[in-house]
Design a protein around this ligand. Structure first.
Ligand SMILES: [Zn+2]
Length: 323
């Protein structure tokens, strides 16, 4: 896996992922007294090997790692934080809300039901498929072990790394507590999965999500648009050179998708039914279907908030056109 210098004292390390996304971008920020790691990767043998080869290439010893900062709690970013902490003794920093989410999602006590099950059941996903989805989540949970001891960093706090003062900014939607980091000095943003090129960041409603993730995402990207970002380094794919332009595209994408979802509801439908009408789910793996359904719920719920849809609660939740 390559390491690429993208800005002075900022090196991107691409870590492998065993699914269609293929890789996650992590970053090494150099300071005279050591290195900061941004995002850790999913914990797999290939992931460990990729970190080891990056450390070898850059002549980084475990004790040179000063801290590990996580943009959010998803397994492809959080998964190897515990392992990195175990070799370096470095603190692992994450927002308070996403610290909570690591416990709610990755540390379900043995014998307790996985909330994924009830969530997808209640949105009309066929039982057999829900079972497979729970298995997928279970294997991701294993790829987050061992869990690190977490320290907290809140929005508004400043953090000095890579020779710059970065300000943490709350960027909700992809996860409730995602933080992105802006360095005014050279207009550089570490934007996690909040803004991506080529693919749209996943905005989904998961069992533990706070309400209306898509609404919070749309508000967030609108408020971030005026920021003078020259270069944004993201969690997947290539860097972003046209910040405002990409944010506008993402807003337009979701407005179009909201329209498509509204149409796909017909008179009434479950989120699963809508997902099968909007996405080519027959070509999807269970891992991808769960993203499609979570994304569909997020859109339908924003339509409910905007008043063009209603939600009918029953054993299975159905969405209906507002009268
Ligand atoms: Zn990611």
């Amino acid at each position: 896996m390559p390491t690429i210098t993208l800005a002075p004292d900022i090196i991107q390390v691409q870590l492998p992922l065993p699914f269609a996304l293929r890789s996650v971008n992590c970053y090494l920020l150099r300071d005279p007294d050591g290195w900061t790691i941004i995002d850790a990767g999913l914990h797999t043998p290939d992931g460990e090997a990729a970190w080891r080869s990056a450390f070898d290439k850059l002549d980084i010893k475990p004790r040179d790692i000063r801290r590990i900062v996580l943009t959010h709690f998803h397994p492809d970013h959080y998964g190897m934080a515990g392992w990195l902490q175990s070799i370096s003794d470095a603190p692992v920093l994450i927002s308070p809300r996403d610290a909570e989410q690591t416990r709610e999602v990755w540390e379900i006590p043995e014998g307790s039901p996985d909330p994924t099950l009830a969530h997808f059941d209640s949105h009309g996903v066929p039982t057999e498929l829900t079972g497979t989805i729970v298995g997928v989540v279970e294997s991701l949970r294993e790829a987050t072990l061992p869990h690190p001891e977490l320290s907290l960093i809140a929005a508004g706090e400043q953090i000095a790394m890579g020779g710059r003062a970065f300000t943490a900014i709350h960027a909700p939607g992809h996860s409730d507590g995602q933080l992105i980091f802006f360095a005014e000095k050279d207009s550089l943003m570490l934007c996690g999965d909040h803004v991506l090129m080529k693919i749209t960041p996943h905005i989904g409603w998961w069992p533990n999500s706070e309400p209306n993730p898509l609404g919070r995402y749309m508000d967030s990207i609108q408020s971030l648009e005026p920021l003078p970002v020259r270069l944004a380094l993201s969690g997947h794919r290539q860097q972003i050179d046209d910040w405002a332009g990409r944010l506008r595209e993402l807003r337009e994408h979701h407005e179009e998708r909201l329209e498509a979802m509204e149409e796909a509801v017909g008179e009434s439908a479950t989120a699963y039914e809508v997902a099968t009408r909007v996405f080519p789910v027959e070509r999807y793996t269970p891992h991808e279907i769960r993203f499609a359904v979570a994304e569909t719920i997020a859109h339908l719920e924003l339509l409910v908030v905007r008043g063009s849809m209603r939600r009918a609660e029953g054993e299975v939740i159905r969405y209906l056109q507002s009268m």
